[in-house]
Design a binder for this molecule. Sequence first.
Ligand code: GLU
Length: 411
Amino acid sequence: MNALAATNRNFRHAARLLNLDSKVEKSLLIPFREIKVECTIPKDDGSLASFVGFRVQHDNARGPMKGGIRFHPEVDHDEVNALAQLMTWKTAVVNVPYGGAKGGIGCAPKELSLRELERLTRIFTQKLHDLIGVRTDVPAPDMGTNAQTMAWILDEYSKFHGYSPAVVTGKPIELGGSLGREAATGRGVIFATEALLADHGKSINGLTFAIQGLGNVGSWVARLVHERGGKIVAVSDITGAVKNPNGIDIPSLLEHKEETGSLSSFDGGDSMNAKELLVHECDVLIPCALGGVLTRENAGDVKAKFIIEAANHPTDPEADEILSKKGIVVLPDIYANAGGVTVSYFEWVQNIQGFMWDEEKVNNELKKYMTVAFNDIKNMCQTHECSLRMGAFTLGVNRVARATLLRGWEA
Ligand code: GLU
């Protein structure tokens, strides 16, 4: 099922549980604004290359719209729409005063030079600059983008509007970025996992983990699970996968990847088929890469007892049903990976106040937000007798619906 169909289906299910008025339901589903732009750049060899860029601003009832910008070949209209909608519910679940948005450019960043990426980011910003802003829509990094991308957006935007560090988050520290932002999504995944496991009388220490993806999120998750005594028995990235029933030495693996750019030839485990990772024997499975990886084809074979959705929409609704019948507990993306946007909020607050927090304060506040949100989700699960996914969706949708109704529609 495509990402948008899956997201809409989850939203409609939540709307039914909440008994939402059908007109409110319709207004929440339709995006506030959808932008599609052509971005042509001269390549380093003098030839031209054209790309399509998107920004979907889904909802702003609770505050400025917020969400990442993704550079990836699979970026398309439907995917960006789905991810923008997920941001609306995600910001509401962790109760940060934002709406939701997402952007992206359909490109393969690894095939572009640094200068080409800079040109592409700048042309995209030139086409968007009137429609984003500190109080309107605040982009951040996502798959294929990073702090450097945000620095280029900040610089390009500031040419039109004056120096505006709070127009993007996930910036380099030197330009007003927040301490702890780089690790925030991964650290938030850990706080979310700890809250869930504690609810089941367990802790990370002593459990076995399989982690899919070793980008920014996956590598932080792996590092922090390892630090807390979790045994990581399998990891994968786009270059391959490694397994070791006695636990992989994560610092050595990350060092190996840093040096060689790949997981292959790592001698601290045996190589395995990357697809097999999702159905590998473990207590906790953490998908940290692309969406749509758990489907009706492989869900029946999953052996983990807990799935923590560090990626956005990794589980198809059909897979969700199969997993639930098997008694597997799924911690949904709109909560599990909300640490990134939560620390983005702290960064924006620091920029607006002109006051920098130390890293301990950032991490402590993040833990508070993640813990409160888990308890809020559990309350919704009790009220509506539903799964954690529907607990998170009803929590988010209800907060946005309340804000929408309070603001009203009078022209
Ligand atoms: N790209 C991240 C996400 O999907 C962070 C968004 C943000 O910080 O605005 O949640």
